[in-house]
Ligand binder design. Structure first.
Ligand SMILES: NC(=O)C1=CN([C@@H]2O[C@H](COP(=O)(O)OP(=O)(O)OC[C@H]3O[C@@H](n4cnc5c(N)ncnc54)[C@H](O)[C@@H]3O)[C@@H](O)[C@H]2O)[C@H](O)CC1
Ligand code: K
Length: 522
């Protein structure tokens, strides 16, 4: 199966600087600098604005039947896009009104041109403007949001959210910070958001993702030269980013080519270890050994068939379990418990220098004294904290944490020198070199006991099979989300390992059908 599923060497980006990946996520600031660089690359701002407004008008016409449209325009270029969309919808025969937040005389540059090109009446934007509207286009604020909306704007936002009519937001719903996915104050809830050129982190991160509704990203003819020097703020998780490194079974391979996972479990929550070990075996590790305290040996050995179970010495020392160098990827945390012995076991595993996944109690045992852990980590380690475990290691979330979840995960990866998977509905995967990936395919049904154990097993299974740490984490998170999605409602964590083969088959089809590869920019 191997060659058919591999990415071809002819893919774009080898050697030469690759075109900016479609999965790149740009901060509003980066998008703004591309806008400013576009004219020098031969594309004037008004052409971008015309294309942006046209994309919005097209998206509206594709989604809704003709109705009375109210376009709410703001004082900047987001408002300019709104004026263009208003003109094009009117030209298509739709009844359109425009209401402006701010003064017509204060519009300048491309936005003033767009208002002139609309040429129709412009009323002041107040909550009463919404009366009679069948559809609202939100062109109040986009990338330029710089502070929480003040009271009067907040009243308008509240009125939009209270109106029982669909909303199409231009670029971002007004009030949403496209960089972080957070809202400094009130924000519009849209049914459709049309953004331009590349998505922004705030479209994938919560609560932003939930405010956007359906998301469309339109090509507005941004010249490649204007994007050339941009190092993306983050990437949206997608197989294009890591499929080249995916360890498809080789036709001439045997189980040792696919690596040997050593998982260290505890005495009590024995199911967690089993979930992780089964996931590691399902996703591609050649062998999986679970090492547990003597008291848990009979339970685990009786419950597992394809996973080998061995008893640790009574003091929990791991030297014997680590003696076989073919045990190339290690997992500790699921089912570990918080006995003090856990801490020395984690440090013993890390000292072996092998690839290692630390989850759950393997992180929590260092609560209050994270330095002992942080100093022992290395680049082939993957930490998989949820928000609570993350806060115990790296400190609580503070309101001033600029950049939100993305920034916190990136800072933690830099500080620890390990890959950090900050879990949640908007899982962020961060590498010590600054690369960040946001995952958006996880269904809410994944919020169930044991699903984190399965994820940890998926990551260590891919590490054992030879994937580098960042790629293994991204692939595991993506496959875990897809497996859950395919299971639908009512899933239990124990269903997930059995759903991995179906998810792997989807991945194989995607990779075979894709001619596209994306190289990272760092
Ligand atoms: N390539 C592209 O993506 C293109 C994007 N376009 C659109 O341009 C906007 C960004 O335009 P900009 O003028 O920089 O910002 P805004 O229109 O979002 O608003 C700036 C304006 O708003 C004021 N402001 C900021 N925060 C607040 C607040 N809380 N309350 C009140 N007023 C606020 C600020 O002072 C400025 O006056 C982008 O989103 C796209 O829609 C281009 O048209 C095409 C290319
Ligand atoms: K907007």
């Amino acid at each position: 199966m191997s060659e058919a599923y591999r990415c071809s060497d002819a893919r774009a980006g080898r050697g030469a600087r690759a075109r900016l990946s479609p999965h790149a996520l740009l901060s509003p600031q980066q998008m703004g600098s591309a806008d400013r660089a576009a004219p020098a690359a031969g594309v004037p701002g008004v052409r971008l604005m015309e294309a942006a407004g046209a994309a919005v008008a097209r998206a509206v016409q594709e989604r809704w039947a003709p109705t009375r449209v109210l376009v709410l325009c703001g004082p900047g270029n987001n408002g300019g896009d709104g004026f263009v969309a208003a003109r094009l919808l009117r030209d298509a025969g739709w009844p359109v009104r425009v209401a402006l937040w701010g003064s017509r005389d204060a519009l300048h540059g491309d936005a003033a041109w767009a208002a002139d090109s609309w040429g129709g009446p412009v009323e002041p934007a107040v909550p009463g403007s919404l009366d009679g509207a069948g559809l609202i286009v939100d062109a109040l604020l986009g990338a330029g949001l710089s502070r929480a909306p003040a009271d009067e704007l907040q009243a308008l936002i509240d009125a939009v959210n209270a109106a029982a009519v669909p909303v199409c937001a231009i670029d971002v719903p007004t009030g949403l910070d496209g960089a972080s996915g957070r809202c400094p104050g009130a924000a519009i809830r849209a049914d459709l958001t049309v953004t331009f050129c590349r998505r922004k982190p705030g479209h994938l991160l919560l609560p932003g993702r939930a405010l956007c509704g359906a998301l469309a990203c339109a090509d507005i003819g941004m010249p490649d030269a204007a994007l050339e020097s941009i190092v993306p703020e983050a990437y949206a998780n997608h197989p294009d980013l890591w499929s080249e490194a995916f360890p498809w079974p080789r036709s001439d391979g045997h189980k040792y080519h696919r690596g040997h996972v050593l998982a260290v479990g505890g005495e009590r929550m024995t199911g967690a270890s089993r979930l992780a070990c089964l996931a590691a075996a399902r996703i591609g590790a050649g062998l999986v050994t679970l090492a547990v305290p003597p008291a848990a040996w009979a339970i685990q050995a009786g419950a597992l068939a394809s996973v080998m179970v061995e008893a640790l010495p009574p003091d929990g020392a791991l030297a014997r379990a680590l003696a076989d160098p073919r045990r190339n990827a290690l997992l500790i945390g699921p089912g570990l418990g918080r006995e003090p012995r856990g801490k020395s076991q984690v440090l013993e595993l890390l000292a072996s220098g092998r690839s290692c996944v630390l989850d759950a109690d393997a992180l929590s045992v260092f609560s209050g004294q994270p330095d002992a852990l942080l100093q022992a980590l290395h680049a082939q380690c993957v930490l998989t904290p949820h928000e609570g475990e993350f806060a115990r290691l790296f400190g609580p979330v503070t309101d001033g944490a600029g950049g939100g979840k993305l920034r916190r995960a990136r800072d933690a990866a830099r500080r620890s020198g390990a890959v950090v998977v900050l879990k949640g509905a908007d899982t962020v995967i961060a590498a010590p070199d600054g690369r960040c990936i946001i995952n958006d395919n996880a269904p809410p049904t994944l919020a169930t006991a044991g699903s984190g154990d399965v994820l940890a097993g998926c990551i260590v299974g891919l590490l054992a099979a030879g994937m580098p740490a960042l790629e293994a984490a991204c692939a595991a998170v993506w496959l875990h989300g897809l497996a859950a999605d395919r299971l639908g409602w009512g899933l239990l964590a124990e269903d997930l390992p059995g759903a991995l083969p179906g998810a792997l088959a989807v991945l194989a089809d995607m990779v075979r059908d894709s001619g596209e590869a994306c190289s990272w920019r760092t």
